[in-house]
Structures are given as structure tokens and as C-alpha cells.
Design a protein around this ligand. Structure first.
Ligand code: PLP
Length: 415
């Protein structure tokens, strides 16, 4: 049974406000960050009001309660992803998770399976968000490894014809996005994971735009590492997840060092605790992690398959309506096969920033620019695009408001 997005909206206090002089808020920017249900907001507040203490440290009741809440949230994330609890690392967001993996690999000594040097390859795709591009550029610069990448076809898919040329015995890491934040493309992981594992490379999945929107089971996907941000999945800002296979986390050196991540310390040496502690130096973002656990409960009660079905319906509707207008160029796939709810487009020769501003004046929140994927925008041959991104609280009425806003903008700009 599908859910009613109008009932869902009632759980989100932000939809009770109006925007731009009393207009209904049409929020089409969940790809950047999602709105938060009241239960998530309350959980963060309650942590500070009732249970605040440093986790894993104090010998008192509050510390025990805070630790139980924090570790409870880790358990919820693990169950949500089909992972083991000790494979789930709290970070402050996907950007930190991806930097953690890349920096930790850079710390790997010779003989460690993650050690990279000249002659090794890091395989990326042209559709990566900067968060899954720049850490690898930096790692390549530090180690002498070569950066290679899948190109994107004109219809917004990965050019898989390059697979055997890119993934070779020299390839140590294949890092790619599950769902493009610009194109909406859902990438074909099976083939890529198989090719990577055949040559002993690890697969790092940027799941920022998939975990909030569909059922993601790390064991079914077969990837080795995964990253996502809590704030795109109804959770608070300041918390994200880095998941890795247990045996790989055991071999991966730490990234940040300091308190809580050690087994033993002398004045000149230190040894590491086991994961997850090994990757969680310092007092973590506790209230935020607890809030993420509550967000996951909220999503799970509705059901990820139901959410994906709702978004599929909305995306098909909006895609169809955008494609009807010959002045609109949708830059992602024009069919619904392996396509999610991020829809980027240009309208005639109206600059996306002007369009975004016009839509904002109508109460419609979209994102404009290169969406932190500058190489992709360049390869598409556009200076920027306008992006509408859909989530569980959006409705056909939101789609229609966008289409009508675009038509008004075209009239306003004389197109
Ligand atoms: N990867 C993708 C595909 C994204 O869409 C984003 C955020 O937009 C990120 C990574 C970075 O996420 P954060 O800024 O929350 O660390």
C-alpha cells in the first residue's frame, strides 16, 4: 500500500509556513538537503534536554544513557543498510566519509592492500559530485596513482564500453555515485562491481542520492565501502555514514587520530582500537546521530520501496511534462529505466540563475548552478542547469506548480 504524501507533509513543520508573501512552499531541492519531520527535530532537542553526556567515556548514568542512544542509532543504520553494526562509522557527512576513505588509503604503508603508488589506478566517473572527485584527485597527487574515468553518454548514462579499458589489474579503487545528483541516472553496479572485484579493486559507492530514496542493501550491492549524509535522508545536518566491510576496515589505516580511537598509547607510539572506534576519533556528533536513527525509523515505517514507488510516479510525471515543451532540455535520461528523481534542465536561453530567481518569487525552491559536478556540467556543454529534486513529501501539485512557474518565466523573459 502506498502512503499519502499529504499526510506525510503534516509531519514536517516547515510545510506549515508560507513563503514569498503567503505563497505555498513548493520545495523541490531535497537533493541538496531534505526537510525534517517533527520527530527528528524533537529527538535532537530531547538528547540535549534529557541525555546529554559524552558517549563511551563517563562513569555515570547520563553517559550510559547517551551511549545507549548513540549505539542504538548505529544499530538502526546497520539494519537499514543490511550491514553489521561494527561496520557502520559515524562521520559528519558524506564528504567526510569519502575523504576518510581516500586519506586512510593514502596512509596505507607498502604491503597493505590499500597502498597506492605510481602505476596504480583510481577509477572514477565523469558524473561524480566534487565530494567523490577531489579526495581522489588529492590521493592521486600524493601517491602518483593515475586517475581514469568513465565518460557520460549524451543520454546521461555511463559509457560502459570503456569498462575493460578502465578497470584493469592496475586499478585499485573504483569510486562512483549510485545515483547522479544532476542527471538522476542510477548506475549499473552489478557489472562494475564484478569487473572491479575480478582485478582485486575495491568499490566505493557514493550513496548520497540513493540511500534516502530506495532500499539499499550493502550485501546485495556487493560494494566494499559506502557513504551517505544524514541531512539528505530526513536526518540532522552534521552526521553521515561511512560503511565498510569488516575485513577491509580491519586493514584500512585510520584517518583522524586522537581520543577514543586507540587501543594503547605511550609517549611515542599508539595502537588502534577496532572499527568502528578506530575511525571515530574525538567526541562524535551525538545528538545528530540519534536524530539520524529516528529519521531512519520514520523512513522505515513508511517503507523504502513505497517511497521509491512514489518518487518513480512523480518523476515520470514531471519528466513527461518537461519533455512536452521543446524549449526545455532535460540533461539526464529521458526514460524511467534506472532513473531517480533529480531532474536537471535548461529552458530556452534563460540563464538558470534567472530562472531560479523567478521560480523563487513564485514560492518554488529549486537549485541552479553546476551542482558540485563541474566536469559533468562542462561535458554536457551547458554553463549551468536548474534542478528539481523530488522526495516523499512532494506531490503532483508541486510538479504542476513548477511547470506553470516555468511557463510564466518564459513569458516574463520573452521566450
Ligand atoms: N555526493 C552526492 C551525489 C551529493 O549529492 C552530495 C551532496 O549534494 C554529496 C556527495 C556531498 O554531501 P555532503 O555535502 O552532505 O557531504
Amino acid at each position: 500500500m502506498t502512503f499519502n504524501p499529504l499526510t506525510v507533509r503534516d509531519d514536517f513543520p516547515i510545510f506549515k509556513r508560507t513563503i514569498r508573501d503567503g505563497k505555498r512552499l513548493v520545495y523541490l531541492d531535497s537533493g541538496a538537503t531534505s526537510q525534517k519531520p517533527q520527530v527528528v527535530i524533537d529527538s535532537e532537542l530531547d538528547f540535549y534536554r534529557l541525555s546529554n553526556a559524552a558517549v563511551h567515556r563517563g562513569a555515570h548514568q547520563l553517559a550510559e544513557e547517551a551511549t545507549d542512544l548513540f549505539e542504538g542509532a548505529r544499530g538502526k543504520v546497520a539494519e537499514f543498510l543490511g550491514a553489521e553494526t561494527d561496520e557502520v562509522i559515524f562521520t559528519k557527512g558524506a564528504t567526510e566519509s569519502l575523504n576518510l576513505i581516500a586519506y586512510a588509503m593514502g596512509n596505507a604503508p607498502r604491503g597493505n592492500r590499500f597502498h597506492l603508488s605510481e602505476g596504480d589506478r583510481i577509477v572514477l566517473t565523469e558524473m561524480e559530485h566534487h565530494a567523490n572527485l577531489i579526495p581522489w584527485q588529492q590521493l592521486a597527487a600524493r601517491t602518483g596513482a593515475e586517475l581514469v574515468w568513465f565518460n557520460v553518454t549524451p543520454d546521461g548514462r555511463l559509457d560502459l564500453s570503456q569498462i575493460s579499458e578502465l578497470i584493469t589489474p592496475k586499478s585499485k579503487v573504483v569510486a562512483l555515485t549510485h545515483q547522479s545528483n544532476v542527471l538522476g541516472t542510477i548506475n549499473p553496479l552489478d557489472e562494475i562491481v564484478k569487473a572491479a572485484h575480478a582485478v582485486g579493486a575495491v568499490v566505493v559507492l557514493d550513496a548520497c542520492q540513493s540511500v534516502p530514496h530506495m532500499k539499499v542493501d550493502v550485501k546485495e550491492l556487493g560494494v566494499d565501502f559506502l557513504a551517505f549524509s544524514g541531512h539528505k535522508a530526513l536526518g540532522p545536518t552534521g552526521v553521515g555514514i561511512m560503511w565498510g566491510k569488516r575485513e577491509l576496515l580491519a586493514e584500512l589505516p585510520p584517518f583522524l587520530t586522537g581520543g577514543s580511537m586507540i587501543a594503547d598509547v605511550t609517549m611515542t607510539t599508539a595502537s588502534w582500537a577496532k572499527a568502528p572506534a578506530k575511525f571515530e576519533a574525538g567526541v562524535p556528533n551525538m545528538a545528530q546521530a540519534v536524530g539520524l536513527g529516528v529519521a531512519i525509523d520514520y523512513l522505515s515505517v513508511i517503507g523504502m520501496n513505497e517511497i521509491a514507488a512514489h518518487e518513480h510516479e512523480l518523476t515520470a510525471d514531471l519528466l513527461g511534462k518537461l519533455l512536452e515543451n521543446k524549449e526545455i532540455r532535460v540533461v539526464g535520461p529521458h526514460t524511467m529505466d534506472n532513473r531517480g528523481g533529480a531532474l536537471s534542465f535548461t529552458v530556452a536561453d534563460i540563464h538558470p540563475h534567472d530562472l531560479g530567481q523567478f521560480l523563487d518569487s513564485q514560492g518554488i525552491a529549486v537549485r541552479t548552478g553546476h551542482h558540485c559536478a563541474w566536469p559533468l556540467t562542462r561535458s554536457l556543454g551547458v554553463p549551468a542547469t536548474t534542478r528539481a529534486s523530488l522526495y516523499l513529501y512532494n506531490t503532483i501539485e508541486d510538479n504542476d506548480a513548477l511547470i506553470s512557474g516555468i511557463h510564466s518565466a518564459m513569458k516574463y523573459f520573452g521566450k
